[in-house]
Design a protein around this ligand. Structure first.
Ligand SMILES: Nc1ncnc2c1ncn2[C@@H]1O[C@H](COP(=O)(O)OP(=O)(O)OP(=O)(O)O)[C@@H](O)[C@H]1O
Ligand SMILES: Cc1cn([C@H]2C[C@H](O)[C@@H](COP(=O)(O)O)O2)c(=O)[nH]c1=O
Length: 204
C-alpha cells in the first residue's frame, strides 16, 4: 500500500483542487490522512513559504530555503505521520525542486541531487503529475488569482522548462509517477484518480 503521495504540476495545472477531495475519499474508506504542502506544512515552513513566494532572492538562496523547509517538514510532519501509519497527501515535494529550481532556474542536477541526499533522499511512494500546456495553466491562473506570486509571474519559457523536467522525470520513473491529463474536466480527472487510488492506495 502506498502511503506517501505527492501532487505535482506547473503553476495553475489544477492539482490542488483534488487534494481535499482525495483526503475525503480515503477517510471515507477508514484511513487516517494527513494533508500538507511544500514549501510549508510547519510553522517555520509557512514563514519560509511567505519569503519564497514573495521576496526577491538569488536562485541558490531559493533552493536552500526550499530544502530547509523540506527538512523541517519531514522531521515535524511527514515522518511522524508515516510512522503512525497515516497516509500523507503532500501538495508538492522533491520533484518541484528538480522541475522549478533545475528546469526553471537552471541549477545543476549535481547540486540538486546533493541537497536532496542531504535532506535524507525521502521519496513519495506515488506521485500524481497534473500535466497541462502552459497556455491553459496561464488561463486558469488568470481566472483564479487576484495576485500572482514570484513563480506564477515568471515568463512562459520558465513554465515550459518546468513542465519539460516534470515529464522527463515521469518518463524515468513510471512506477512512481502517474501522469494525469489535467486538460480533462474535473469529474473525468476524479474518476481516473479514483481508479488509481482503489488500485494503488487501497489495494482493491
Ligand atoms: N480540470 C480543470 N478544468 C478547468 N479548470 C480547472 C481544472 N482544474 C482546476 N481548474 C481551475 O484552475 C484554477 C487553478 O487550479 P488549482 O489552484 O487547483 O491549480 P494548482 O495546480 O494547484 O496551481 P498552483 O500550484 O499554482 O497553486 C482554479 O480556478 C481551478 O478551479
Ligand atoms: C516545493 C517547491 C515549490 N516550488 C514552487 C512551486 C510553486 O510555484 C510554489 C508553491 O506554490 P503552490 O501554489 O503551493 O503551488 O513554490 C519550488 O519552486 N520548488 C520547490 O521545491
Amino acid at each position: 500500500m502506498r502511503k506517501f503521495i505527492s501532487f505535482e504540476g506547473i503553476d495553475g495545472a489544477g492539482k490542488s483542487s483534488h487534494i481535499p477531495w482525495m483526503a475525503d475519499l480515503l477517510r471515507g474508506a477508514g484511513k487516517s490522512v494527513v494533508v500538507s504542502r511544500e514549501p510549508g506544512g510547519t510553522p517555520l515552513g509557512e514563514r519560509l513559504r511567505a519569503m519564497l513566494l514573495g521576496e526577491p532572492m538569488s536562485i541558490d538562496t531559493e533552493l536552500l530555503l526550499m530544502t530547509a523547509a523540506r527538512a523541517e517538514h519531514l522531521a515535524q510532519v511527514i515522518q511522524p505521520a508515516l510512522d503512525r501509519g497515516d497516509i500523507v497527501l503532500c501538495d508538492r515535494f522533491h520533484d518541484s525542486s528538480y522541475a522549478f529550481q533545475g528546469g526553471g532556474r537552471g541549477i545543476s542536477l549535481d547540486r540538486l541531487e546533493s541537497l536532496d541526499k542531504w535532506c535524507g533522499g525521502a521519496r513519495p511512494d506515488l506521485t500524481f503529475l497534473f500535466d497541462v500546456p502552459t497556455a491553459e495553466a496561464q488561463r486558469r491562473m488568470d481566472g483564479s488569482r487576484d495576485q500572482k506570486d514570484r513563480f506564477e509571474t515568471e515568463a512562459e519559457g520558465f513554465h515550459a522548462a518546468v513542465r519539460r523536467v516534470y515529464l522527463e522525470r515521469a518518463a524515468a520513473e513510471p512506477g512512481r509517477v502517474v501522469v494525469i491529463d489535467s486538460t480533462q474536466a474535473i469529474d473525468a480527472i476524479r474518476a481516473e484518480l479514483s481508479g488509481h487510488v482503489q488500485k494503488l492506495v487501497l489495494g482493491e
